[in-house]
Design a protein around this ligand. Structure first.
Ligand code: PGA
Length: 259
């Protein structure tokens, strides 16, 4: 695992944009994430599109997750969010921006939508780079603690902590859908490169568990330890509880790949 400790959120966004840009230039299949953390990186990619001609025209994109029971047009659906935050501002073909279909709340329909999503990822040749945020409870996508480490795209029930964390987007906790459709940990693990971003002191426990704890469903993000190409970029606040912080800085400074 590559651990990069950047000074602040702006530096995290720059590092992440530099990595993502290589995949965009190669016309690769991008795994996108919603939430607050990736927004600064998206803004930097939009800037590079507008000012430096970075083109997304050959890329396909898959979102990590979606709420169940929200219309696509709902401003908090992830279908709408990723368009508002990134894809409508760049030259990716909207028909090539995919997200799990959580619109029909019937359990059979949700299960079928999950299987269809995994099939669509497979048919696209897999995801080349998957961007990830991390929940304060260690979730990636919406794989809450206890998620099977080999899970596929399926329905999950949100943890009350996640509902509380996400209520800021909805106005009240009662308005946050309880059910979601998320890529599974097995699905996520098949992407060629996992890029996890974390900023702020409220992520410090989750980052310590992800990087230095046991691989466990207790902390779903710990599956990054099993992946051959995982990069964690965090700011100083999110890195605060890492025991081997100084080693990670030393390794970064001495690795020619980062020069
Ligand atoms: P955040 O969410 O980026 O809004 O903190 C991350 C997540 O829940 O995965």
């Amino acid at each position: 695992m590559e651990i990069i400790i950047a000074q602040d959120g702006a530096a995290v966004a720059q590092f992440a944009a530099n990595i993502f840009e290589k995949y965009i230039r190669g016309g690769k299949t991008l795994g996108l994430a919603t939430g607050s953390t990736p927004v600064a990186m998206y803004q930097e990619l939009i800037r590079r599109h507008n000012e430096e001609g970075l083109s997304f025209s050959d890329c396909t994109a898959f979102l990590l997750d979606e709420y169940v029971g929200l219309a696509k047009e709902h401003e908090q659906s992830y279908y709408a969010t990723i368009r508002r935050e990134l894809t409508s501002h760049v030259d990716i073909d909207d028909a090539k921006v995919f997200s799990p279909d959580g619109t029909n709340p019937d359990p059979t329909a949700i299960a079928a939508a999950g299987q269809a999503y995994d099939a669509a990822i497979r048919d696209a040749g897999g995801i080349d780079i998957q961007l990830l945020g991390i929940g304060t409870d260690g979730h990636i996508g919406f794989n809450e603690p206890g998620s099977s480490l080999s899970s596929r795209t399926r329905m999950k029930i949100l943890h009350p902590q996640t509902i509380a964390d996400n209520s800021r987007f909805f106005g009240s906790a009662e308005d946050v859908p309880v059910r979601v459709l998320t890529q599974g940990l097995g699905t996520i693990g098949e992407a060629g490169h996992l890029l996890l971003l974390a900023t702020g002191e409220n992520k410090a426990d989750a980052i310590a568990a992800t990087v230095e704890g046991a691989v466990s469903a207790h902390c779903p993000a710990s599956i990054l330890q099993l992946h051959q190409h995982a990069t964690v970029i965090c700011d100083e606040a999110a890195a605060a509880k890492l025991k081997h912080k100084e080693y990670y800085r030393f390794a970064f400074e001495n690795n020619p790949a980062w020069r």
